[in-house]
Ligand binder design. Structure first.
Ligand code: HEC
Ligand code: HEC
Ligand code: HEC
Ligand code: HEC
Length: 132
């Protein structure tokens, strides 16, 4: 009886703190289909991105950042407004070569990390661009 009561209290505690964190943090969608809309290729090549799966192992700051008034990168801090990559990484935004399109920035970030993972399958085109 006493044990059941303690369990009940513990459960209520975890449930309520769980709800509070869910209400505070916006983790974005669990699964995202990434598709360039500004500098898109002639033949669209969407990329699948399991966002939640990456969040389990990585920090938000490993991928997200912002831009200061001087045009330089601003590191991620909690609560930072998260914008689409392509809103900064596009041809009209004056980004350095290699970061001037969604494709280039994404390949640098996504493939860059996948290359260092030691798992060769992760660098194959089809991992991110599945054949329909
Ligand atoms: C680790 C994930 C990943 C891998 C591996 C990868 N890409 Fe991508 N690629 C992306 C992402 C993300 C984008 C940007 C979103 C989009 O438009 O598809 C992109 C964009 C592109 C685009 C522009 C598509 C468009 O619609 O504008 C092309 C073309 C492309 N990739 C070709 C390739 C080829 C060829 C390979 C293999 C040599 C490859 N990618 C491997 C993630 C990947
Ligand atoms: C492995 C890279 C990666 C990690 C780690 C990551 N994200 Fe993301 N996140 C992305 C990408 C890519 C997008 C899609 C951006 C786009 O559409 O241009 C995105 C989209 C989002 C969005 C939706 C933005 C919008 O307006 O569409 C939110 C919110 C978000 N992420 C929050 C987070 C938080 C909070 C964390 C840490 C708990 C996190 N992300 C970790 C890569 C990542
Ligand atoms: C608010 C604007 C902004 C957004 C949104 C943004 N970036 Fe960036 N990003 C920058 C700036 C500025 C730099 C620094 C460019 C330079 O070196 O001059 C940068 C640098 C980078 C770099 C090179 C440095 C590094 O960390 O490896 C990569 C790769 C990159 N961004 C990928 C992404 C991806 C992927 C997303 C979406 C998840 C994203 N960026 C969203 C502005 C932005
Ligand atoms: C800092 C490292 C890192 C970054 C950045 C990163 N990934 Fe990954 N990604 C991984 C690792 C590690 C795995 C293998 C995870 C596993 O199997 O548990 C993975 C797995 C994947 C998978 C396969 C998932 C599955 O279910 O097999 C896809 C697709 C993928 N990533 C797409 C992307 C895209 C698109 C981006 C850029 C928007 C990206 N990743 C950025 C480390 C990264």
């Amino acid at each position: 009886m006493k044990k059941a009561l303690i369990c009940g209290v513990a459960l209520a505690f975890f449930c309520s703190t769980g709800l509070v964190t869910m209400a505070m943090a916006d983790n974005g969608p669990a699964e995202i289909t990434l598709q360039s809309t500004i500098d898109g290729a002639k033949k669209a090549k969407p990329a699948t991105f399991p966002h939640a799966k990456h969040q389990e192992k990585l920090k938000c700051a490993d991928c997200h950042h912002s831009k200061g008034a001087d045009g330089k990168m601003v590191a991620f801090v909690e609560g930072q407004k998260i914008e689409k990559c392509e809103s900064c990484h596009n041809k009209a935004a004056g980004m350095p070569k290699g970061l001037d399109t969604f494709k280039n920035a994404a390949h640098k970030k996504c493939k860059g990390c996948h290359k260092t993972s030691g798992n060769k399958a992760l660098t194959k085109c089809g991992t991110c661009h599945p054949k329909k």
